[in-house]
Design a protein around this ligand. Structure first.
Ligand SMILES: [Zn+2]
Length: 520
């Protein structure tokens, strides 16, 4: 049973400098009483609280609804936390030195890294299979690109992995595979590698990432798994395990039996209508600026309409991954066709979601709102790729790049936003997402801090159709986090509560009435 379904521990009175409730009826308070997993009382004066609770003093902090990360790939993130982070590397040479260093200190392990970015390297390319084999001394190496959609592997793995029929194996002018794998080939390799990973390495990775999320004030994550991600065994490990945080699992396939057998009411997420801009696989209305072609759609309209209609009839929510404007248009047209078949009310009740929803033609925005979809967006991508000369400009040209991630216009049109990190494409860091949304490179696309906080907390609850969680108000599930705040800049998370249980922070006082300092 996930922590969030637990009935909660002892009654707790949490007293902070300030409580941001996100509840319009009582936006500001100082104290919150948590009992049996729920918020029981919210007030300005702790002495007004019902007596008998154990008190945790959170001096110098702001208490708020805990964060939701609405788009994560957990096990890969955990493997990275315990593995090799290449996001700091500035060249192929750097990457290879990092591989050699980790090979030395982690004997017997598969070298699992991510975060390389050929666009930032003077060599203008990723490491090759030969280079990786040499650097790792013959150990298996899989390094995922920063966008998560391409990978490079070492020469021995390249010859052993079942890639013969996979699409996306890059070859040099002589027809030899280079080690770079895109699309299907990257997925095949990742699956094959994860099957090679020792179970202990996987278990450690899962525990590590769940603890890490809790330590950041994240109470709930939406795990985007699927047959092309880590696969069914990993999906079930997340679904059945005991974690300090709540894990809402999404299975990225058009397979309703798979989710029904597991009692789930959501499917998709990593159900790809297109790929990514970084890998030139996002589907665009017009050609890329830096290569011929406009990407392509992965799924036929008729198949998608049939699938989403059936899901809608079963009240199962569907998440559709769409990045390019052509893919976003496909998603809108499909959902409109489904509304024609099943009724708009049924589409609203299913509350389907679009993952990324990154390049959106302006006329589509009100149509998204009318469909009642949630846009599961990653504001941090703007920081990474939205600046002058960045990935968006290179791939799309300056004019189209200015249309990326229209957060403000989506909110203004009434589209519910949920923030996610899409780790391992970025890092788990909810404050970074808020900061990126508030400081979007295009002022017209910015959110105000309050709206951004809403999208990073309550928005994720709406995205998971959890309407009794998210705000600090009596009756709501107690998922809370306290942060040391310096001006508008959040620092350390000092307390995370999930379903009334303290999962990160000070020990709960042993007896009622005894004060406990969080920062002692
Ligand atoms: Zn993703």
């Amino acid at each position: 049973m996930p922590a969030a379904e637990a009935s909660g521990g002892p009654a707790l009175l949490l007293v902070a400098d300030r409580v941001r409730t996100l509840d319009a009826r009582r936006p500001e308070a100082r104290a919150v009483l948590v009992d049996s997993g729920r918020v029981r009382w919210v007030g300005k004066d702790p002495s007004d609280a019902p007596a008998g609770a154990r008190r945790i003093d959170l001096a110098g902090t702001v208490l708020q609804p805990a964060f939701v990360d609405a788009h994560v790939h957990l096990t890969a993130t955990g493997l990275l936390l315990g593995g090799l982070d290449l996001s700091v590397c500035r060249s192929v040479e750097d990457c290879l030195a990092s591989v050699a260093a980790i090979a030395d200190v982690t004997p017997g392990r598969v070298i699992w890294g991510s975060g390389w970015d050929d666009l930032a390297y003077p060599e203008g390319r990723p490491p090759t299979a030969e280079e990786l084999a040499r650097a790792a001394g013959g150990r298996p190496v899989l390094l995922t690109r920063a966008d998560g959609h391409s990978a490079v592997i070492d020469r021995i793995s390249l010859e052993t992995a079942p890639l013969a029929r996979a699409e996306g194996v890059e070859r040099d002018s002589d027809g030899h595979p280079t080690g770079l794998l895109r699309r299907e080939a990257a997925h095949v390799a990742r699956r094959w590698f994860s099957a090679e990973l020792p179970q202990a390495q996987l278990r450690e990775a899962r525990a590590l990432v769940a603890r890490h999320a809790a330590s950041l004030g994240i109470a709930s994550v939406h795990e985007m798994n699927g047959p092309d991600q880590m696969g069914a065994e990993d999906f079930d490990a997340w679904r059945q395990g005991h974690w300090p945080i709540e894990v809402v699992p999404y299975w990225g396939a058009t397979d309703l039996d798979f989710v029904a057998a597991r009692g789930l009411r959501q499917v998709g997420g990593a159900l790809l209508l297109d790929g990514t801009l970084g890998s030139h696989t996002a589907a665009l209305e017009e050609d890329y600026a830096d290569t011929a072609g406009a990407g392509h759609l992965y799924e036929a309209d008729t198949d998608l309409v049939a699938f989403v209609s059936e899901a809608t009839r079963q009240r199962v929510q569907v998440g559709l991954h769409c990045i390019g404007d052509r893919a976003v248009r496909q998603a809108v047209e499909i959902l409109e066709a489904v509304a024609g078949r099943c009724g708009l009310a049924a589409v609203h009740a299913a509350r389907h979601r679009l993952e990324h929803c990154a390049l959106v033609a302006t006329p589509l925005i009100p149509r998204l709102a009318a469909l009642g979809v949630v846009a599961s967006v990653q504001p941090t991508f703007d920081i990474m790729w939205g600046r002058r000369g960045g990935l968006y400009q290179r791939r799309l040209g300056a004019q189209r790049a200015e249309r990326m991630n229209p957060l403000g216009p989506l909110v203004d049109a009434g589209v519910c936003l949920a923030f996610g990190s899409d780790v391992t494409a970025t890092t788990l860091d909810p404050w970074a997402a808020i900061h990126a949304a508030v400081h979007h490179h295009r002022p017209a696309f910015r959110l105000d801090p309050e709206t951004a906080l809403e999208a990073a907390t309550v928005g994720g609850r709406r995205a998971a159709r959890q309407d009794a969680v998210g705000r600090i108000a009596p009756g709501q599930r107690a998922d809370l986090a306290a942060f040391e705040i310096d001006g508008d800049h959040a620092e350390a998370c000092v307390l995370t509560v999930v379903g009334g249980q303290v999962v990160h922070g000070p020990p709960v006082p042993a007896a009622a009435g005894r004060a406990q300092g969080a920062r002692a």
